[in-house]
Design a protein around this ligand. Structure first.
Ligand SMILES: CCCCCCCCCCCC(=O)SCCNC(=O)CCNC(=O)[C@H](O)C(C)(C)COP(=O)(O)OP(=O)(O)OC[C@H]1O[C@@H](n2cnc3c(N)ncnc32)[C@H](O)[C@@H]1OP(=O)(O)O
Length: 236
């Protein structure tokens, strides 16, 4: 099979056949409208902090002021183990995952759309916080985004599973500060197994292609002994 045949999303819907019954991923509103605003400000800090080294900012003062805010928050929010438990009782992880979660400051964020052809697509421009080679996206960041997006493509195609095997070919440099198009789609299914493919393009140029094998599985739910859940986002 030629590469361009292997990495073709146009026929994703045909490959899924009768099993393609799109499962949308509706947005979940924040518990507090100011929550998303806080994270937007944290992302501004994240991006500004990537440029601190060569700046003329009085860093001692900045560190003191940020320390005050961090201390204020730490004393009032749940610890990480408690937060993991509450996450599985409310909005789930959709709002907090590290790729698209509006509550997660490390998420770029990436906003996905499900397409009629069976694929999911996202366009995102990444900044210096995600740099690997000079001017380029870190390969692990590309892998993170595609892995998560494959999970969504599985969901969109009526499948689910944990990543069992995942491989990438970095075909050309993936630029920072330019719109990148991510696409993922279910390539093949067989029992518990789902093979999912993905690509990143900068304009027409192929940067990354990926293949993943996902296996239907369940994991224990934090804070709910004896309860297991499939790999979804836990939202109720
Ligand atoms: C709105 C909602 C959105 C929700 C959107 C959410 C998106 C989240 C997406 C994130 C996805 C992740 O990162 S998940 C996190 C990373 N992944 C993990 O942590 C998984 C860790 N691994 C495991 O727990 C386990 O290995 C499993 C569950 C994957 C599989 O274990 P198992 O169930 O015991 O399976 P096992 O019997 O060994 O194998 C079953 C069959 O699969 C094959 N197989 C198993 N592993 C492999 C492998 N690596 N490569 C090839 N083949 C394999 C076996 O040969 C066998 O084939 P045969 O003999 O039957 O032919």
């Amino acid at each position: 099979m030629r590469d361009d045949e292997l990495f073709s999303f146009e026929d994703a819907r045909q490959r899924l056949g009768e099993s393609f019954d799109p499962l949308p991923v509706p947005a979940i509103p924040p518990a507090d409208p100011d929550l998303d605003r806080v994270v937007v400000e944290l992302r501004r800090l994240r991006d500004a902090s990537a440029a601190l080294a060569m700046s003329e900012v009085e860093l001692g003062d900045i560190a003191d002021r940020l320390g005050e805010v961090a201390s204020l928050l730490e004393s009032r929010v749940a610890g990480p183990a408690d937060r993991l438990e509450t996450m599985w009782k409310g909005a789930g992880t959709r709002r907090s995952n590290p790729v698209s979660g509006p509550e997660n400051p490390i998420a770029p964020p990436v906003d996905f759309v499900g397409c009629d052809d069976g694929s999911v697509m996202a366009t995102v421009t990444l900044g210096p916080a995600y740099q690997g080679p000079p001017g380029c996206v870190h390969g692990g960041i590309s892998a993170l985004i595609i892995d998560h997006m494959m999970g969504l493509a599985n969901h969109w195609g009526g499948r689910y599973g944990m990543t069992a095997h995942y491989e990438l070919d970095y075909r050309s440099p993936t630029p920072l500060l330019q719109p990148l198009t991510f696409r993922c789609w279910v390539h093949e299914v067989d029992g518990r197994k789902t093979w999912t493919h993905g690509t990143i393009h900068a304009g027409d140029r192929l940067c990354v292609e990926a293949r993943g094998l996902f296996l239907e599985a369940s994991v224990p739910v934090p804070g709910q002994p004896g309860t297991r859940s499939t790999v979804a986002d836990g939202s109720q």
